[in-house]
Design a protein around this ligand. Structure first.
Ligand SMILES: [Zn+2]
Length: 213
């Protein structure tokens, strides 16, 4: 059984996820924790649950999703993995983070890469990597078929979709990712997005204004 714990961190109200199973092994996805209090909150949960963090994963390299990367690598001794097409997205954060008032951002390099069809394992759990570009050029999502959920990053939100006006973004590519990669997962699949509440594929197919054509 996979447990999903979410935190909402930093000025962008970004969702950080800890996934873990009954072996107490887990993964940290998009650690947006920036200040000391946010990091203490996340660390207290991980130590309180006696979790062993096996992997550090980014759905994509935008500032709000990566603010805690360097801290997480240091604290948990984990390797950072991203899609190769988002390495540059991640690298550019140090250039613009100060403009968002996040001058304390500590850059870090990826230690390895994940691509479509790769698997991420921890404990008894396997996540499947989906390549879903359009919001960012190397955006990925993490899908668990058995429990019908997807950690989706900034691709599909409740009632909306990710921005496509940022560098490397593209509206047609984003809509294609949603239609070809996410919708076929099935109506029952719960999507845990990078911002806002969780939703389901069925709900978004029915109500999301960007998917009504
Ligand atoms: Zn983003």
């Amino acid at each position: 059984m996979v447990h999903i714990k979410s935190f909402t961190f930093n000025a962008f109200s970004e969702n950080t996820y800890v996934l873990y199973d009954d072996t107490r092994q887990g993964v940290l996805i998009d650690p947006g924790c920036y200040d000391r209090q946010e990091r203490e909150t996340l660390a207290a949960f991980i130590s309180g649950e006696k979790l062993e963090i096996k992997h550090l994963l980014n759905t994509h390299g935008h500032v709000d999703h990566v603010l805690g990367n360097a801290w997480a690598k240091r604290t948990y001794g984990v390797q950072l993995r991203v899609h190769p097409l988002d390495e540059q997205t991640l690298r550019s954060v140090q250039v613009y983070a100060p403009m968002y008032g996040m001058a304390a951002y500590e850059p870090t390099e990826p230690d390895g890469f994940l691509e479509e069809g790769d698997q991420v394992t921890f404990g008894d759990t396997t996540l499947e990597v989906l390549f879903v570009p359009g919001h960012a050029p190397g955006h990925i999502a993490f899908y668990h078929a058995g429990q019908a959920f997807c950690i989706g990053g900034d691709v599909l939100f409740q009632g909306s979709i990710g921005r496509y006006d940022l560098p490397g973004g593209n509206q047609q590519t984003l809509l294609r990712s949603i239609r070809e990669k996410l919708l076929p997962l099935g109506d029952a699949v719960t999507v845990y997005p990078g911002h806002g509440p969780a939703t389901t594929i069925g709900r978004e197919k029915k109500y999301n204004p960007f998917l009504q054509s």
